[in-house]
Design a protein around this ligand. Structure first.
Ligand code: G3P
Ligand code: MG
Length: 249
């Protein structure tokens, strides 16, 4: 079993990826300005093995470039504007390396949920490299690794076995709890629509944390808090105060 869960309750999604361009340093700054002290981001590898932030396999949606990001070298990716698509105010905001984000988090005392979002076909390698780099370069960074891809979590477990891992779930397929146990996970991070009281209790009985993505409305947040959820990933950093300590009582 891996180390203690280091994430606070409220976690900003993709930095603060609606008010600012997702998975950029600017998004982290906006989240931090709203009082957030923990962030989720999506990490994959460049062709030459540099971990960087991007949600999709391709550059198409969030840059003016086209094609598979993981087929390009970091020297090229690091010069790509990842802010202009969002709004003019963020033009010139570049694709960030995980290093830039980790340094920002370390300098400000923030925690990081690194979602390993491998380019298709590079699941194990991405987990291995990201785990190794986090342990080697930023051993003090409070971090949870998560992924929808079991192979990515196996990779992290090989290179950073003591750091906490979480299985991401967008469906409760048969065997999901055993799979999380088998991967040595410290938590489950599920689509919030999957969570009911029994599922939250089941996760807790297995000795794991139960967190959810991506909750942006007050009623859902209140229901989840009342039913014992341990963490919420949200885009709505301007609506939910990260300073509020949830109480189910
Ligand atoms: O890590 C939680 C959440 O980010 C998973 O979904 O598609 O936003 O990466 P997605
Ligand atoms: Mg994500």
């Amino acid at each position: 079993m891996s180390k203690t869960w280091p994430l606070p309750f409220w976690i900003a999604h993709r930095g603060a990826g609606k008010l600012a361009p997702e998975n950029t340093l600017a998004a982290f700054r906006v989240g931090a300005q709203h009082g957030y002290r923990a962030f989720e981001c999506d990490v994959k590898l460049s062709r030459d093995g540099q971990p960087f932030l991007l949600h999709d396999d391709t550059l198409n949606r969030t840059t003016r470039e086209r094609g598979i990001a993981g087929e390009r070298a970091w020297a090229e990716l690091s010069r790509i504007d990842a802010g202009a698509w969002h709004s003019r105010a963020f033009a010139g905001e570049m694709l960030p390396s995980l290093e830039a984000i980790a340094q920002f988090c370390l300098a400000n005392g923030h925690a990081l949920n690194i979602e390993i979002k491998p380019t298709t076909g590079r699941e194990l390698e991405t987990g291995q490299v990201v785990g190794r780099e986090v342990l080697r370069l930023w051993p003090e960074l409070p971090v949870v690794f998560s992924s929808f891809k079991p192979e990515a979590l196996i990779g992290v477990a090989e290179t950073a076995p003591e750091l906490p891992r979480a299985l991401l779930l967008d469906a409760l397929k048969p065997g999901w709890l055993d799979q999380a146990r088998g991967l040595g996970c410290a938590g489950i991070v599920a689509n919030y629509t999957l969570m009911d009281r029994a599922t939250i209790d089941t996760i807790h009985l297995a000795g794991m944390k139960a967190a959810v993505y991506t909750v942006n409305d007050e009623a859902s947040a209140q229901w989840l808090i009342g039913n014992g959820i341990d963490g919420i990933i949200t885009d709505a950093v301007d609506r939910f105060s990260a300073g509020a300590v949830p109480s189910s009582g």
